[in-house]
Structures are given as C-alpha cells and as structure tokens.
Design a protein around this ligand. Structure first.
Ligand SMILES: [Fe+2]
Length: 294
C-alpha cells in the first residue's frame, strides 16, 4: 500500500483551467472564451514569464479575480541539481505564489544546470537511483524550510533520449513522489511530445504511477476544424488517446485529481482551439471531476 499522505493533502476538486501564456494573444483569447460562455476554475501561469517583473503577475491575476485559484508551472527550483537555486530566485518565486492565490507549484523533474550556469530550461533526468535520491533530498529540503510557500508537485517529462539508469520516466517520478511525499502533475502532453523523439511505453509508464498522488492533469487542446484536416490526423489521434486515457483513469480507484488544465499553445495545429471547443472540453473535464459547471 503506497504512502498516501500527498493524496490526503491534495486540495479539494478545483475544476478545469488553462495554462495561460503571458502574451496579448491570450488576453484576447480569454475574452473570446468568456463571450461564448466558457468558464475557468483555475489558471496556471508559467513562472518564468514573470521572472523580470514578478509584480506584473499580481496585475494579470487580478484580471481573473483575486480569488481565482492558480498554480505556477516552474522549472526553477533546480530539484535535479547538486547546486541549489539562488536566494534571489527563490524569493521571486515565493512572491509569485503570494501574488496569485497559488494552490501548488508544478515543478518539472529535470536538470537545470548549476547555480552559476543556469540553462534556463530543463533536461530529461537520467533515471539513476543516485539521481532519484537527489531529487528526493532537494524536495524534502524545500518542504522542510517551506521555501516555496505552497506545496510542490512534480511533473513527468517527455523522453527525448535513452534512459541511463534503471528507472523509466514515470518509474522515477513515482519513486520521487513517494520518497519526498509529493503530488504529481500528470502530463499527457509530454507523452505525445516524446513520440517525436523517443516513444515511451505508455501503458507501462502509466501503470507505474501512484494514481492517488495525481493532483493535476495537463492535456493539449488543438483547433478542432484544423484537426479534421488529414495533415493533422496524428494530432487528432493523440488528442483522442489523451481523452480516452483520462476517462479510463477516472475509473481507477484513488484517481481523484483536483484540476484538469488544458494547454492551448503548441497543441499541434496552427490556430488555437476554438473558444467553443475549449468551453465544451472544460465542461467535459468538470463532469469527470464531478464539479458542477457554473
Ligand atoms: Fe510542463
């Protein structure tokens, strides 16, 4: 029986939301979504977009309403590195949490460089036991010192090259989540991205995850009209796979995520999902979450 304390700490159901990119196109897109009766329950921000001006996150968040729950998407805690993140960055991230009613931070399980040589992004972890322990120790340290000001949950990455160690991507995520007692951000988008580089055994990966620890889901949503074009058939099949997978997961005991977040940017078609398509998809997500649509 897995340790289920991160499952116990998981927030009550929040609902459906979007990963919000800090570009004018998204402001306009959100307006169009509201015009067609779309409703979001949570907004997810990319922490790095507000790195140079964290106070601006507060301004953006107020446009959604200060009570709107948020989550921050981050790769900045350097949980895969022996070096630790600078206090300056940690203070900035904590300020972002304060400004955005942040419920939890989704941190990528990856390698980010060193304190002095910071890559600004993340690399796939190696899957070695030694490295898994490093992730666990860093997460426990962040938690013990309440460095973030809210819980950190960890996200499975896309595989882009061979594993070096014995553990596959999701096996390593599972080890880390259990070892550091964290929740999981299950990204189905990252399974799809891996397909272009190093396809993953999806069944095996999914079955290795402690499902009671999944706090949030990521899935892409593309433009439905463009997906109908044979040119984008691959993405259409992937979206269908993601939705069927999610519906199956909801039949599993213990699988009770708090939020389902749609990724509109880079979802496989040149155009964003139609606002009506996103609205209906969020209603579908709320139905799975047993959350009434307002
Ligand atoms: Fe991510």
């Amino acid at each position: 029986m897995p340790n289920a304390s991160a499952a116990d700490a998981r927030p009550d159901v929040i609902g459906a939301g979007i990963l919000y990119h800090c570009i004018p196109e998204f402001t306009e897109y959100y307006d169009r979504l509201r015009q067609v009766g779309g409703h979001i329950d949570i907004v997810e921000y990319l922490a790095v977009h507000y790195a140079s001006d964290p106070e601006y996150l507060g301004e953006v968040h107020r446009s959604f309403g200060e009570d709107m729950p948020s989550s921050l998407h981050s790769f900045e805690y350097m949980i895969g590195s022996v070096d630790r993140q600078s206090d300056k960055v940690l203070r900035r991230l904590r300020r972002q949490v304060e400004l955005s009613n942040c419920q939890y931070i989704g941190e990528h399980v990856g390698l980010m460089g060193t304190t002095e040589v910071y890559s600004g992004t993340f690399l796939q972890p190696f899957g070695t036991d030694e490295q898994t322990q490093l992730f666990i120790d860093n997460l426990l340290d962040i938690e013990a010192n309440d460095t973030a000001g809210c819980p950190l949950i960890i996200e499975n990455q896309s595989q882009i090259y061979n594993q070096i160690g014995p553990r596959s991507m999701c096996e390593q995520i599972s080890d880390i989540a259990v070892g550091a007692d964290t929740g999981i951000l299950l990204s189905l988008s990252n399974f799809m991205i891996a397909e272009k580089h190093h396809p993953m055994d999806r069944e095996r990966e999914l079955s290795s995850l402690p499902l009671e620890r999944v706090w949030q889901l990521h899935l892409p949503i593309a433009c439905a009209a463009e997906l109908a074009d044979p040119e984008y058939a691959g993405y259409r099949h992937e979206e269908e796979w993601a939705r069927e997978t999610i519906e199956q997961l909801f039949k599993e005991p213990g699988f009770r995520p708090s939020a389902i977040v749609f990724e509109v940017q880079d979802a496989g078609t040149p155009s964003f999902a139609e606002p009506e398509h996103l609205r209906d998809s969020m209603d579908w997500a709320r139905e799975l979450l047993a959350k009434p649509t307002p």
